[in-house]
Design a protein around this ligand. Sequence first.
Ligand code: ACM
Length: 261
Amino acid sequence: MKIGYYQFNPEFGNVKKNIEKMTSALENVHADLIVLPELASSGYFFSNKEEPKRLSEKIPGLLSKEFLRLSKKTGTSYVVGFPEYAEEGIYNSAALIAPDGVTYIYRKTHLFFEEKKYFLPGNGYEIVEVKGYKIGILICFDHMFPEAARTLALKGAQIICHPSNLVIPEYGQLTTRVRALENRVFWILANRTGTEERGEGKLVYTGESQIISPKGEIINRAGVEEESLFVTEIQPEEAADKNITQFNNIIEDRRPEIYTL
Ligand code: ACM
């Protein structure tokens, strides 16, 4: 299976330009699964509640239509972050867009910092198939909660897709390596680059998107600042091997009866 990521620097508020940038970078790339950053269409550093609403998309919209067109052309499925409009409010979401349509939308469950002012939290983790393989999606800050990745692993995920806008240097690159290792899954971290300045505030994004093997090996890691498109071949079946030694299986050795408070 050919998997990859596109790390780039979205321009705050310019949804049309960001969608054009992503789709033109991927126009001739034929893979099975490519992951893009969190809130890739809108940018991240909102300064009031109206902005995520104004920049949001009610599926189907420009983002999903453009990626669907691309998906039909390249045969690739994409996981891409965007502010999702719903009747009850706005979610920080990621859509899985495959040649046959938008097959799943994940809504971020662990909201970071001021996201709590702008977004509603999602409330669940599902597995969805791409080319017969089991995929789970987490968004950025979800990486700090081992339960999130573990839930997806227990549900059978072979690959975890992780659109991000990481701002704390090294945290996400470290935890996602550990989460891949402790769950024996492949991990695609698609982070963004660049800085966003709004008023007095400034956010610096940490780049270093990476693909991690079920043994925690770094298959590839991008630079901090560069825009980067990377695709590699993996064998998702490797995620089925949960044995650490001949006596230890990381799923079967769990003791859930003693983990409760
Ligand atoms: C984050 O969750 N965007 C840090």
